[in-house]
Design a protein around this ligand. Structure first.
Ligand SMILES: Cc1cc2nc3c(=O)[nH]c(=O)nc-3n(C[C@H](O)[C@H](O)[C@H](O)COP(=O)(O)OP(=O)(O)OC[C@H]3O[C@@H](n4cnc5c(N)ncnc54)[C@H](O)[C@@H]3O)c2cc1C
Length: 446
């Protein structure tokens, strides 16, 4: 009998679950449902359209319509799933024309993602205040930036800083307000974050840390933000203060939740038989602390989704957990990391030793050699690598990846200090900076 698979959400997780399901079961009837007009576009590219690096928002759409036909995926856009009946194995849908229907499934994948969190700041309903999650959001911000002279970004996380860079590139006076004491507070430790802040300030972005936005000022439209009693003028405000998992639908269907998201086993199956979940709405196990974590990165979403899709289609696959390895480029600087920061390790009760080195990305004498700064963090008791942060002019991504592999394989600092690496003057130094950082940390551990 043909297996009926329904996937709620048709973005990073939804699409990957559908593709994996199709590859596993060539005959399954697969239906993908999304509230949005466009399926499976890259949210990650939105700041780069705003900054003018990518021409149009349509360029972010990953696959043309014919892809869905070729993969025999029944795609329903501008359609909302209003209810899941996990006993009857049905979902109720409501499309934009107002038509309501009930669809039955054998296997269900919930990939409802997350929505931006807008803190309860007075005046947040005013015009000119935006979040950045969808193409719709991007188009609204883009229009506002055409006439605006100044922008205030609330939140100095990855998305906030990427949008701030875009605003400056568009010629706006740009100010970032971060409630915590330094930028990228969840991803970097203070000394590394201060370097990023200095670089951004040198480029012309004003950054206020350790102070929260108290009120959005203006009558109908925002004209400024009140920060620690001081008015900062703003024609546009972008709030980038994190996201919250969309779990209501799952919860109402009886799906068990963890601390912040849907709980699954290693096969991405929820507590309800034949109901799987993947992506920003799901909790993962942190590979270092072994505690629940909300990764909410595209990379984690697609990995979980592939596993959910394979299993939903009758195959076997597992997702072992996440560390939230991340990377960005702000102006010409690449910044990335993996594992735990010292701050986060401390909060998990791990005693750490850390070391930071500065080196070059090519042989010192080779034209174009750029500085690279690597911080490694070790568990003092075991000597294992548990975190890394890198700021550099180039070649940061693959070092973050290498260190992520090292953490995942529980490598000790001693082992990393002995790792064999390659060398040629135009592409790297004789002594690989990661190895130098490990040697330095090893001395401290001893
Ligand atoms: C500006 C920006 C930059 C980013 N940059 C990066 C990056 O550089 N690297 C990285 O790894 N990650 C990045 N991310 C995060 C990444 O985009 C997300 O992790 C990823 O989109 C999660 O995919 P998802 O499918 O789980 O959820 P989503 O992308 O949120 O998709 C879920 C979909 O389900 C739909 N839906 C929800 N409920 C229903 C319902 N009841 N009925 C029908 N449809 C429903 C939603 O409307 C949504 O379209 C970025 C995110 C943003 C916003």
């Amino acid at each position: 009998m043909t297996r009926k698979i329904i996937i709620i959400g048709a973005h990073a997780a939804g699409l990957d679950a559908a593709s994996a399901a199709r590859k596993t079961d060539r005959t399954a009837e697969i239906t993908l449902i999304t509230k949005e007009k466009k399926p499976a576009y890259s949210r990650c590219g939105l700041p780069f359209v705003l900054g003018g690096h990518i021409k149009t928002f349509d360029d972010l759409v990953v696959f043309p319509e014919r892809f869905y036909k070729m993969m025999k995926l029944n795609l329903l856009t501008e359609t909302t799933v209003t209810n899941v009946d996990s006993k009857a194995k049905t979902v109720d849908i409501h499309d934009k024309s107002g038509t309501k229907e009930t669809l039955s499934y054998d296997r269900l994948v919930i990939s409802t993602g997350a929505d931006p969190f807008l803190p309860p700041i007075k005046g947040r309903e005013k015009k000119g205040i935006f979040v950045v999650r969808t193409i719709d959001d991007g188009e609204k911000i883009n229009k506002a930036l055409e006439t605006a002279k100044s922008a205030v970004i609330i939140g100095a996380g990855l998305i906030g800083l990427e949008v701030a860079v875009a605003c400056l590139e568009r010629g706006l006076k740009t100010i970032v307000v971060e409630f915590l004491p330094y930028v990228l507070p969840v991803l970097l430790d203070k000394a590394m974050a201060d370097r990023v802040q200095k670089m951004l300030e040198e480029k012309g972005i004003n950054i206020i840390v350790g102070k929260g936005a108290e009120e959005f000022l203006g009558t109908d439209k925002v004209t400024g933000v009140l920060v620690a009693g001081e008015t900062i003028p703003a024609d546009v405000v972008v709030v980038a203060t994190g996201v919250r998992a969309n779990v209501e639908l799952a919860k109402n269907a009886g799906v068990a939740l963890g601390q912040k998201g849907i709980k699954t086993n290693l096969r991405m199956e929820t507590n309800i038989k034949d109901v799987y979940a993947a992506g920003d709405c799901v909790e993962s196990i942190h590979l270092v602390t072994r505690r629940p974590t909300m990764s909410q990165l595209g990379t984690t979403a697609v990995k979980q989704a592939k596993v959910a899709g394979i299993n939903a289609a009758g195959g076997y696959s597992t997702f072992i957990g996440a560390m939230g390895s991340w990377i960005t480029r702000l102006f010409e600087t690449e910044i990335g990391g993996t594992g735990l920061t010292e701050f986060m390790a401390g909060r998990s009760g791990i005693e750490t030793v850390s070391g930071t080195i500065v080196s070059k990305t090519r042989a010192d004498y080779f034209p174009g050699a750029l500085p690279i700064r690597i911080k490694l963090i070790a568990d003092k008791e075991t000597g294992k690598l548990i975190g890394a942060q890198i700021i550099g002019g180039e070649e940061v991504t693959q070092r973050v990846n290498a260190l992520s592999f090292a953490i995942q394989n529980e490598m000790t600092i001693k082992e990393l200090a002995k790792a064999e690496t390659c060398y040629a003057p135009p592409v790297c130094e004789t002594w690989e900076p990661m190895v130098l950082a490990a040697e330095m940390l090893l001395r401290k551990l001893r």
